[in-house]
Ligand binder design. Structure first.
Ligand code: PLP
Length: 281
């Protein structure tokens, strides 16, 4: 039996072990993919991973070959959606080095999302080390030039094989990476936004402020409604009065008034606090 303090000390010093992918793509194959990366379609040779159980805490930090996860059909995440994620990018600078923009803010948000979804909090140091370890292993996958980047997707989910409704006692944390081209391939153009009148995204006391898949699942119907009306995005109103603009399905919103004032909805618990939002403010 170890004390909680001993566990958290150990967590802070987890070392990522590299288990090299012997079947990784050749330089030519990788160059081919990097020529037309698209978004979220191609993945690098490795993934970072840390396991957790209620008894052991975080353990077995490793970078291993990218590939399918064996998952028990009763894994809690498949039934009760106990999961969270993050999204950020690694960029290659002109001097050849690779950097992320304020990854510690993503680490903090990940910890807050974990608390809301009754998942174990991953120490911020381990979150950042996982990003570094994966980017180091797959460094040739970081594109250079223009707005190209390597999109990093950290996520955590309830992998315990158990249908009872309670916080899972077995959890997995992973980071996968996917090369990405510019967000607007044909240049920045205005998009049309559909105002959802019936459907809302999050309510008071709910999980709107957590970066969790369920918020995306609940936005898809409205996103489809938007597409049916020729709009690229949907904007949601508050659930209580249906009067206040909150945010889009997957991004925060700002208004620029004619007098130059910048306005964005306050964080009331139903809005996801964006790193972009915080940085702009
Ligand atoms: C991730 C997310 C944001 C903000 O993203 P950043 O990249 O951190 O600016 C805003 N809204 C929703 C619903 C999100 O999931």
């Amino acid at each position: 039996m170890v004390s909680t303090e001993a566990i958290s000390d150990a967590d802070e010093t987890l070392q990522f072990e590299l288990r090299t992918n012997v079947a990784r793509l050749s330089d030519a194959q990788r160059t081919e993919v990097l020529g037309h990366p698209g978004f979220g379609q191609h993945f690098t040779d490795h993934m970072a991973r840390v396991s957790w159980t209620a008894d052991q805490g975080w353990y077995d930090a490793r970078v291993e070959p990218y590939g399918p996860l064996p998952l028990d059909p009763s894994a809690a995440v498949l039934h009760y959606a106990q999961e969270i994620f993050e999204g950020l990018k690694a960029y290659r600078w002109d001097d050849g080095s690779v950097r992320c923009f304020r990854p510690e803010v993503n680490a903090e948000r990940f910890a807050r999302s974990a608390e809301r979804m009754a998942l174990p909090v991953l120490p911020e140091r381990v979150f950042l080390d996982a990003l570094s370890a994966l980017v180091a292993a797959d460094e040739p996958w970081v594109p250079s030039g223009g707005e190209n980047s390597l999109y990093l997707r950290p996520f955590m989910f309830a992998s315990e094989a158990f249908l009872g409704v309670r916080a899972a006692r077995t959890v997995d944390f992973l980071v996968i990476a996917s090369p990405a081209g510019p967000y607007f391939p044909s240049g920045v153009k205005p998009v049309s936004i559909w105002l959802a009148r019936q459907l809302t995204r999050a309510g008071r006391g709910g999980m709107g402020a957590a970066k969790t898949g369920g918020n995306y699942a609940s936005s898809l119907l409205a996103q489809g409604e938007a597409a049916d009306h020729g709009c690229q995005q949907v904007v949601f109103l508050d659930e209580a009065e249906g009067r206040w603009v909150e945010e889009l399905g997957g991004m925060n919103v700002f208004f620029v008034h004619a007098d130059g004032t910048l306005v964005t909805p306050a964080l009331t618990g139903t809005i996801l606090e964006g790193v972009t939002r915080r940085s702009v403010l």
